[in-house]
Design a protein. Sequence first.
Length: 159
Amino acid sequence: MMLNTLLLVLALVAPPGGPKDPCGLLSAAELQTLTPNVRIATGVPKTITGMGFACEYAWGTGGNVQTGKSFLNVIVNEASKMFPGMDAATVKQAIVIGKNATPIPGIGEAASFVSNAPIRADATAYVKGYILEITFESINSRAQKDQLIALLKTAAGRL
């Protein structure tokens, strides 16, 4: 859990000269696989003060997951900035050996899925020197593992 938290926090650091528009990696229409009966609006670019950029999608009712709101974030960061001094092999290993991490073959150079609670799921990949992370919070996030992995694969292909 600590490694995944570290990955999430570090993933929020913007890559200078790298992809700065995570909203360009997935469309709202592609996210409909997560909730076919609810319209998902276009993602909103977010600047994380002193940290970097992300793209947030939110849909549903209520103010939080327990009351019907869902959140998905797409985060991209340069791996060498997240893990200064670490070689690529060590970074890739860190992605797939975290607590509760399930390695995902066929996406980037290393990828994993983690869900430490039924309402939270994360899919992370090392792609072309970048860390790509998709975080999903919804009442049934864990149950949508396959859809989240498919979204990670799509986003990784556009990175």
